[in-house]
Design a protein around this ligand. Structure first.
Ligand code: NAD
Length: 461
């Protein structure tokens, strides 16, 4: 079957993240880089409102009903969908459906079809595997086959070139591809919004969630709080949520008041000067949201601090301040907000974790403890949020180009930046795009999980 419904809008143009990436992508830089055997990170295709989701064919592999439903879904989005491919055409994406595997031998046919087209995947192209949740399989053979798809996907992520990525969609047993969360996750992974996400899995666990009328404004009419919004990733989140249609309440400490006011003005939102560790922080947020906006839909716990020291030199102040800001404040604020009527209609919470919380990091026992704690908090809070048709998730950034990482010693920074499958650091907007997706109604089927935005960092799971 070849079904075509080409889009008229062009896809977004790739943009380099740093000077080295820009340099090695010039003609001269490419020649020098090749001669010296240097890595050549590719400029990544990032989301631009109005741009096409993909500008070439998307191949859907697999003979299951899930594969057929996904092919139909992509067609409805105006994509050029193929179920088979003969020639040497460049592919924008491949969706490989492994949802029916029940023994390791079941993988081979689709794997070999994928292998046959891997070289045809375009720069910044996408491979998305679809599998059933391994945890739900009691039979050793079934679970082995499902876990095998995870290993395949992660390794493929490491083999992708030119800014292309590989990620997986994990479907809970009873769900079919008609669940809104499946469309939400597939669209995120196909789009430039997931530019710095590779080797990761997004689970869809329920039929919750709704698809937006306008995919470029999925948060239209919603009110979102962003903590730590005065600069860095928080400011990028505020801008992205605004672009996606939300009204933003920008929160930061009084000492950052000027920068906070400037971000709040820029996004046409309101500023709330608040230390999130204050006992009454939850009350202050509710009061502000009620009085200034009349509603509250989304809370992004982004504010965070580091106070790095080896454990042997750790003191009470360094330990307790990091735990207080990065973890205890979130727990306290969530408790207060979830007890309120204002935040009870499909509420969304997204917390900033870190890959340090997954892999550990020398000198960061306090920070890694706080960030691993955040992951525990979101997993344990998911049932309570679900009872209100809401979700809670965490985002774990890897190396992101911020003021903080700009201050690292040059060589350490250069090494950290290249130690991932995309050979480059992410931008604050990459984290913001993932946060905005998880905050959106289309992500309603995904809760309790931590999604890494790290270019598939070599460190950690
Ligand atoms: P940043 O230091 O640039 O900004 C953090 C903001 O939080 C600041 O504006 C600060 O004033 C605010 N803040 C701190 N304590 C506060 C408090 N008690 N109350 C209210 N606001 C407070 O940090 P960033 O690099 O933009 O990081 C944002 C989040 O992402 C943090 O949670 C951080 O741990 C996480 N993260 C960052 C990276 C990275 O590479 N930059 C990597 C992994 C995780």
């Amino acid at each position: 079957m070849t079904q075509r419904s080409p889009q008229s809008r062009p896809a977004a143009q790739p943009r380099p993240t740093d000077a080295y990436t820009a340099l090695v992508n010039t003609e001269l830089g490419r020649r020098i880089g090749r001669a010296l055997g240097l890595p050549r990170p590719a400029p990544l295709r990032r989301h631009t409102p109005g741009a096409a989701l993909a500008d070439g064919p998307v191949l859907v592999l697999g003979e299951t009903s899930v594969a057929e439903d996904i092919a139909q879904l992509l067609l409805r989005w105006g994509l050029d969908v193929r179920r088979h491919i003969g020639g040497e055409e460049r592919l924008s994406g491949v969706v490989a459906c492994f949802d029916a595997v029940s023994a390791p031998g079941d993988l081979q046919e689709t794997v070999l079809r994928l292998a046959g087209v891997q070289r045809q995947i375009a720069p910044s192209g996408r491979v998305i595997t679809v599998l059933r949740d391994p945890q739900e399989a009691r039979d050793p053979s079934v679970r082995a086959a499902r876990r095998a798809v995870e290993g395949l996907t992660r390794s493929l992520g490491r083999e992708m070139r030119a800014g292309a990525t590989a990620n997986g969609v994990v479907l809970q047993e009873s769900l079919d591809a008609a669940a809104p969360g499946v469309a939400g996750v597939l669209r995120f992974l196909l789009s430039g919004r997931s530019a710095f996400v590779s080797g990761q899995f997004l689970s869809v666990d329920s039929v919750n969630g709704t698809l937006p009328e306008d995919w470029d404004r999925p948060l239209a009419g919603q009110v979102a709080v962003v903590t730590g919004a005065a600069r860095g990733i928080g400011a990028a989140i505020a801008r992205t949520l605004r672009r996606d249609g939300a009204q933003v309440i920008a929160v930061d400490v009084p000492a950052a008041g000027e920068a906070l006011a400037s971000v709040a003005n820029e996004v046409g939102g309101t500023a709330l000067q608040l230390d999130i560790t204050a006992e009454d922080a939850g009350d202050r947020i509710l009061e502000h949201a009620e009085q200034r906006h009349g509603r509250l839909d989304v809370v992004i716990h982004n504010a965070g601090i580091t106070r790095d020291k080896l454990l042997a030199h750790m003191d009470a102040s360094r330990w307790s301040s990091v735990i207080a800001v990065n973890l205890e404040a979130q727990l306290r604020i969530n408790r207060r907000l979830l007890a309120s009527e204002l935040f009870s209609h499909a509420p969304r919470i997204v917390s900033l974790a870190s890959t340090s919380g997954i892999a550990g990091n020398r000198g960061q026992t306090n920070y890694a403890a706080s960030k691993a704690g955040v992951m525990g908090m979101v997993a344990a809070s998911a049932p309570e949020l679900e009872s209100r048709h809401g979700t809670i998730n965490a985002v774990a950034p890897g190396f992101i180009e911020t003021e903080m990482t700009a201050k690292m010693p040059t060589i350490a920074r250069e090494v950290a930046r290249r130690l991932n499958s995309l050979s480059q650091g992410g931008l604050p907007e990459d984290v913001a795009e993932t946060v905005a997706f998880l905050a959106s109604p289309a992500a309603g089927g995904t809760s309790g999980m931590t999604l890494r935005v790290c270019g598939q960092n070599l460190i950690g799971a």
